[in-house]
Design a protein around this ligand. Structure first.
Ligand code: ATP
Ligand code: MG
Length: 384
């Protein structure tokens, strides 16, 4: 029944001079996520049209930068044609309606009010159960009139909002198989950031399931950016070496500092301007302010923490909504959990951390070797 999908992009139309940059990103993302050709996309000043299909309708739920979208019928600009379409709609399932006719072409011989009255009375005559309710109708029937053609629509789906992925630049996201970092990735993408993913694993302590979980999470997150790369960093040698340190309560801090040194090198290779993670202030020993200061000092890139202030319950709810929760709770061994000392330092200092690193005199050498040899790169595309 439908011909097209009308896509509205709210916030983006406020972008002034940069508007075209954002819209071009949005169009490219729609192309990639819905898998449609550029020539099938109709770009207008304040909206975009793509061909209708149920798959396209569903895929738009994964495109950031869209405020809402509606499946539309494209028809001739002609009263009789519209009447036929309206009479064929299954309006009896509703109790109340509202007509909303808008003339984009002002030369049409009836104005909006006349058109609303005209179609309002046609509906009242033909659908005995329906009543008019202009404030809170069950269905709002829209006819948008252009010179040669018009659009009829009545459904409006709310889009994801945010900014088109890629419009804010790139970041390297530290991804574990837990609940937080996947949700944090969604939040970063929502603000227009294209993400690369980095996961540290330590086989044989971490198992196949650890990797499988990470892959499943990226497959889900990749729906929002259509292509993703995962750097899978085999961290076993480094973990074992750091484990030799004299002050065991600093193990996690030292490991995290090493994560950030390595992440910075990979981020720079990929022109990422930031590192992002799933940290949450005060959640665990390594997420106190002291720990964050001591850990983040190892990178000169900004560290973005979209979940910093969220309550865990909020994050869990969001994780469920994003179909991530059931993956995150699959049992698997995580690098950090394996390595956690009984009494982790909650107020680590930079001085103690770097003194302990002096003790581990081969650390930097080993990091250099690992980054050359122990990284596997995996590419993800949308599965159709
Ligand atoms: P998550 O639920 O994301 O695992 P968490 O609540 O378990 O987070 P931590 O273990 O302290 O918290 O990890 C804090 C952040 O550090 C994670 O959100 C993630 O961004 C990063 N991180 C932790 N472990 C790894 C890992 N093995 N590989 C990559 N990043 C990691
Ligand atoms: Mg974790």
């Amino acid at each position: 029944m439908y011909d097209k999908i009308l896509i509205r992009f709210g916030e983006l139309s406020l972008k002034g001079k940069n508007k075209m940059f954002f819209i071009n990103k949005l169009v490219t993302n729609i192309q990639n996520i819905c898998n449609i050709k550029f020539e099938n996309i109709d770009i207008q000043i304040d909206r975009i049209f793509i061909p209708f299909s149920e798959e396209n309708l569903n895929s738009l739920n994964y495109v950031f930068g869209i405020s809402s979208f509606s499946p539309v019928i494209k028809s001739k600009t002609n009263l009789e044609v519209w009447k036929n379409i309206v009479l064929n709609l299954e309006l009896n399932q509703y109790s109340t309606f509202k007509m909303n006719c808008r003339r984009k072409w002002k030369n049409f011989h009836m104005d909006s009010l006349e058109l609303n009255n005209h179609f309002g009375s046609i509906i009242l005559k033909n659908f005995s159960k329906l009543k008019v309710d202009v404030k809170n109708p069950d269905i709002e029937l829209n006819i948008e009139i252009h010179k040669d053609y018009s659009y009829i629509f009545w459904k409006k789906y709310i889009g994801l909002g945010g900014l088109p992925v890629g419009s804010s630049g790139k970041a390297l996201h530290l991804l574990s198989g837990g609940i937080d970092s996947p949700v944090a990735a969604f939040e970063m993408m929502k603000r227009g950031v294209k993400l690369y993913f980095l996961s540290f694993i330590s086989p044989p302590h971490t198992d196949e399931m650890t990797i499988k979980k990470i892959k499943l999470i990226i497959e889900e997150l990749n729906k929002y950016q259509s292509k993703s790369t995962l750097f899978l960093f085999n961290y076993t040698d480094l973990m074992n070496y750091i484990g030799l340190v004299s002050n065991q309560s600093y193990k996690i801090v030292l490991m995290r500092r090493s994560f950030y040194r390595n992440a910075t090198i990979i981020a720079n290779q990929k022109n990422c301007l930031a590192i992002s993670n799933g940290e949450n202030l005060g959640q665990v020993a390594s997420q106190t302010m002291e720990a964050m200061k001591t850990i983040h000092s190892q990178t000169n890139l900004p560290v973005f923490q979209p979940l910093l202030t969220k309550d865990k319950l909020e994050t869990i709810k969001q994780s469920e909504k994003l179909n991530l929760f059931n993956i995150s709770i699959i049992k698997a061994c995580e690098t950090c959990e394996l390595f956690a000392p009984n009494n982790p330092a909650t107020k680590p200092t930079e001085t103690t951390a770097s003194n302990l690193e002096q003790e581990l005199d081969m650390l930097l050498e080993l990091e250099k070797k690992s980054i050359e040899k122990n990284i596997e790169k995996l590419h993800f595309k949308i599965l159709k």
